[in-house]
Design a protein around this ligand. Structure first.
Ligand SMILES: Cc1cc2nc3c(=O)[nH]c(=O)nc-3n(C[C@H](O)[C@H](O)[C@H](O)COP(=O)(O)OP(=O)(O)OC[C@H]3O[C@@H](n4cnc5c(N)ncnc54)[C@H](O)[C@@H]3O)c2cc1C
Length: 519
């Protein structure tokens, strides 16, 4: 017999497989010995009542039934197969490469940055020496922006592709099995480098190429067809199809495409700050007076409000995490968040961002047409760098001071390693963002009692929430409408937001390449 049931257990009980099994037997009115296996399908936290409970959706297998294991995809040797160029090794590029192999094509992955181990040294240099390597940082290098991230895997929408398939590949390559069942799965920044390294080894084992320090600087296009790319080392790579998966921070790629007259479209984004509270405070707000205890994870939150006609919302919340310096070039300060798998740091941070549309921009930006949003964001990052003392120190203020329009005379401690400096956040954020953010924070304080506090800092600026441009593509062939064989993919092209959706988009582009090459 196979039966799906719902269980509601205390956090402690839900932590032990044997207790889940006996609770299943009790609920079904059968003996525990007649249960062969219990498979957890979904696990979520219900913190609405007085006592926090865990909701489990489980499949109970009795007698001779057992959970079926999905076989891993078959990756043939593709050494001699037709080559496909993939620019960028982020989630979109990596999963495009695996899908190419599955379909008998040979991926040539070109990555501007370094491998995960070497990349780590450059991350340290940002925090300690305040030096940003424009090819190797929190956004660029093996595994893309996802490698030293939180690794939250929230996309549950099956509309775009096989989410479970993506999660299974991540598990096969070293992520914890729980990501398959958790309602809010995350891998953790300590585990992600190993996962991306294993994916690289798989690609190489199958005969694909994976080349570092290869920044694409030009596209070879003849008669509106892509023929290949040229890299910073002067190398020329040719193929009939190029998957362009360079992420939202590759501004040089947008400039190259713009100079070449390749059509792009400006799009809206959301910008603002990271807010940092103590995790203990967030745990008490979310779980009640007893806080987290031994069996609950660091608490998360999600907030959204409308302020003066635009959405203000929390973005990429990192419980038990760190704020990290995510600039990709000199003379800019950008912040983002990450957390280890244990989520055991004493701080909780989240992006708090304001949605902004192209028509909201001042005229000086609008004049720049398709590049207008990128210029707006660039200028905000530069103001943050100036206000931060022209180092990687980030401008900051206490939440309450910002809302009272005051510059803070002192700041709370922070997880942001390069350091923070009290600054005029209105100057940094500008006239469109600052008032909406202020209003949003006050409203959030009314929704989540205790959230609005002088013991929280706002730290600027959070600007890399999505891409400021979209590279158009035909909805059926996924190829650029004017340049055949060019497949814009992932977050940088404007078709994904986050690790899972970028991975799915990479897979979809690889499948589109298969169709394209058949013709
Ligand atoms: C600190 C941080 C935390 C994050 N946390 C999360 C999270 O918890 N959950 C989540 O879902 N998302 C998170 N994100 C966002 C997530 O990382 C991105 O959505 C995702 O990585 C996008 O995938 P992508 O493949 O489209 O692009 P990217 O991951 O940006 O990859 C692009 C790749 O292209 C390379 N590249 C760029 N230009 C060139 C060039 N000219 N030539 C060759 N290579 C080039 C880059 O080096 C990079 O490796 C986080 C991002 C950051 C920075």
């Amino acid at each position: 017999m196979i039966q799906e049931i719902q269980l509601r257990l205390s956090p402690k009980d839900a932590s032990f497989a044997e207790v889940i099994k006996s609770a299943s037997a009790r609920q079904l009115g059968i003996k525990i010995t007649s249960i062969n296996a219990v498979q957890v399908l979904r696990r979520s936290i219900d913190a609405r009542g007085k006592n926090v409970m865990i909701q489990l959706s489980v499949i109970v297998y009795s007698a001779n039934d057992a959970p079926e294991k999905m076989p891993p995809p078959d990756y043939p040797n593709v050494e001699k197969a037709e080559e496909v160029i993939i620019v960028g090794s982020g989630p979109a590029g990596m999963f495009a490469a695996l899908k190419c192999i599955e379909n008998g094509l040979c991926p040539i992955v070109l990555e501007r940055g370094k491998d995960v181990r070497e990349r780590r040294k450059d991350l340290k240099a940002i925090s300690i020496d305040h030096k940003v390597n424009p090819d190797s940082n929190y956004c660029f290098g093996e595994g893309g922006a996802g490698t030293y991230s939180d690794g939250k895997l929230y996309t549950r929408s099956k509309k775009r592709g096989d989410v479970d398939g993506i999660l299974r590949i991540l598990v096969e390559n070293g992520a914890n099995e729980e990501i398959i069942t958790d309602a809010r799965p995350h891998i953790g920044t300590n585990k992600l480098p190993n996962v991306v390294e294993n994916v690289r080894k798989k690609i190489l084992d199958c005969g694909g190429l994976y080349l570092f320090n290869q920044r694409v600087t030009d596209f070879i296009i003849e008669n509106d067809k892509i023929k290949g790319v040229i890299t910073s080392t002067g190398e020329k790579y040719t193929a009939k199809a190029v998957i362009l998966a360079t992420g939202h921070s590759a501004r040089d790629i947008y400039s190259i495409l713009n100079k070449k007259g390749i059509e792009m479209q400006v799009k809206g984004i959301a910008v603002g700050v990271r807010i940092e509270h103590s995790q203990d405070l967030i745990d008490h707000i979310q779980y009640g007076k007893d806080g987290r205890g031994e069996y609950l994870p660091a608490a998360a939150y999600k907030l959204v409000e409308q302020c003066y006609g635009r959405g203000v919302y929390s973005f990429c919340m990192c419980p038990g995490g760190y704020i990290v310096p995510s600039a990709t070039d000199a003379e800019q300060v950008v912040v983002n968040g990450m957390s280890p798998s244990s989520r055991d740091n004493k701080y909780a941070n989240s992006g708090i961002v304001v949605a902004i549309n192209p028509e909201d921009l001042e005229e000086k930006y609008q004049k720049e047409g398709v590049m207008s949003m990128m210029s707006f964001v660039q200028e905000m990052e530069r103001r943050a760098w100036i206000a931060g003392g022209k180092t990687q120190c980030a401008p900051a203020g206490r939440m309450t001071d910002f809302c009272d329009k005051k510059i803070s005379s002192s700041l709370n401690n922070t997880s942001y390693q390069p350091g923070i400096i009290s600054a005029d956040m209105d100057y940094v954020l500008g006239d469109f963002v600052a008032p909406r953010l202020r209003e949003g924070l006050i409203k959030f304080g009314k929704k989540m009692r205790g959230y609005y506090t002088e013991n929280a800092n706002i730290i600027g600026v959070e600007t890399r929430t999505s891409s400021p441009l979209r590279i158009p593509r035909d909805p059926l062939t996924l190829s650029h409408p004017k340049i055949s064989g060019l497949f814009p993919s992932g977050e940088g092209a404007g078709y994904a937001g986050g690790i899972v959706s970028a991975a799915i988009d990479g897979e979809n582009c690889a499948l589109a390449v298969v169709e394209y090459l058949k013709k």
